[in-house]
Design a protein around this ligand. Structure first.
Ligand SMILES: [Zn+2]
Length: 142
């Protein structure tokens, strides 16, 4: 098995779109360890959401979902993965291009039934058991 550090060498960001809760939290830990942005997408039956987690600059995945990641539904509207994939690719290009992450600390949801986007904040949790050390390090330096 390849050590995680070797696997992530040269990576500038992580993108997760699978339905694997354990994998999501594992990538979150890698994002924290290597201070990488994690673009995370998940789907419901008729909607899909996207957020960017960037430990040290905003919330981590566990700040937003400390107990369970949002579950993807089995019945999807066919175009939803494409919509979320295109938005996630745009966010990735923004981050790689040096622009601020548009979805840092935000959850953007496309609601397929009403054909509307909804935006909700995802604040960092200073008491997050997974990433709080990053905020303690920042406070110690201030
Ligand atoms: Zn956190």
């Amino acid at each position: 098995m390849v050590p995680l550090g070797d696997f992530l060498a040269g990576c500038h960001l992580l993108i997760e779109t699978r339905r694997d809760q354990a994998g999501g939290y594992l990538l979150n830990q890698a994002a924290i360890r290597y201070k990488l942005p994690l673009i995370y997408a998940w789907l419901g039956e008729a909607d899909g959401s996207l957020a960017t987690f960037w430990p040290g600059q905003g919330p981590c995945l566990a700040c937003a979902f400390p107990e369970a990641l949002p579950a993807s539904a089995t019945a999807l509207m066919g175009p939803l993965p494409g919509i979320l994939g295109a938005l996630g690719a745009l966010e990735a290009l923004r981050v790689l291009g040096g622009f601020p992450a548009a979805l840092l600390g935000r959850r953007l949801t496309f609601q397929g039934k009403v054909f509307t986007f909804k935006d909700a904040p995802l604040p960092a949790n200073p008491f997050c058991p997974v990433c709080q050390h990053l905020y303690q390090d920042q406070a110690a330096r201030a």
